[in-house]
Design a protein around this ligand. Sequence first.
Ligand code: GLU
Length: 468
Amino acid sequence: MSVVTRFAPSPTGHLHIGGARTALFSWLHARQHGGRFVLRVEDTDRERSEAIYVEAILEGMAWLGLGHDEGPYFQTQRFDRYRAVLEQLLASGHAYPCYCSRERLAALREAQQARGEKPRYDGYCRDREQTAGSEGDPPVIRFRTPREGSITVHDLIRGEIVFDNAELDDLIIARSDGTPTYNFTVVIDDTDMGITHVVRGDDHINNTPRQMHICQALAHAPPAYAHVPMILGADGKRLSKRHGAVSVLQYREEGYLPEALINYLARLGWSHGDEEIFDRDALLAHFRLTAVHKAPSSFNPDKLLWLNQHYIKTLPATRVAAELAWQMDRRQIDVREGPTLEAVVEAYRERAKTLAEMAEGSRFFYADPAEYDPKALRKHLVGAEAVLDALTEQLTAAQWTRPALHEAVEAVATALTLKLGKVAQPLRVALTGTSVSPPIDVSLELVGREATLRRIARARELAAGLAA
Ligand code: GLU
């Protein structure tokens, strides 16, 4: 039987780190087995579901490179199908209408709690003869859960988990307005879509026995399950916004490469020897769903940053440049004139921890300084006219290669008997408006001759003004 996995997010928020890891594990399992990966949007909670989140989830998945083979399916487009199955379960006696009023259920719950029992439906309507509308309000539909025996989840990560059927009450599978509930829709979808492996967060583990019972009532063998443990922040609490960025797209904005995030997420709760670096091929070769750790894992932003640096340094420049292009675009830095982004990546990749940092630091390759840091002006441009004049002369004639540019700057220092810094710093201020930039030869090379000479001329004017 070929493997079919799925990722089934509810569009009630952004694609966060935990969801992305679940999606990755599910995707990897499908890809490793030559199977299919289905994307299903669980949008039945109409109040909390929003189109912008659907967009954001799709964008996040695409950015991470977790392509789906089928879907996205939307549950809200499958209501007819859910209704048909509901009818089928009612007809076969696996489901029944429940007319219990809110008041009765509230009183029941109170009495159970007073006795120290777990609140659960007592099956009042389970075996009563009823006709539609017999007690006023339209009924909810409940699933007739077997009362005897137990059910065992053979979880690929957690092992066997046995649930006593007596512990599971008759869950509501359709509300009184006719809308189906999560535990019901998920089973119909998983069976209709031929899902063989359900990979999801372990917050769903208590739903699993209920879903397995519904599966059995529909004469389907349940899929295999793998419940992924949760992710904790450094403080041991469940990862949330309090811990900083949690949305995948926010990591993109902050200048992370998807390669780094994928590598990081894979290692979060899974390991293979002492290896830290896993590109996609290595993951496809070594990842095993059954080797995912049982215990929750802690999110470590420093390690993610370290991996990001690793990939900025080692991926092909064209690949990093593609992501840098997105950063430049967001900053409205026009890169059509000036150095290629590949050249920028080559120049910067040893120094930048994120692509946001690289993009910020690269502004000056494409635009003359819009403003000058006043401190840098005072420190490096006062009295720098002679240096700037000599630079103009040398750089007008220099060959525009890194070694030749380095020599030209050195020649100015030698001619004026100055330390190299006394030449490089005024030049840096001229080029960037600040006193920091990549090495001066690299900066010159990327800014280009014409813009360099124009900026030196502007700095010369500023220097004259400062001296006066
Ligand atoms: N839509 C559910 C969620 O976002 C996932 C359900 C499932 O994977 O079975 O938590």
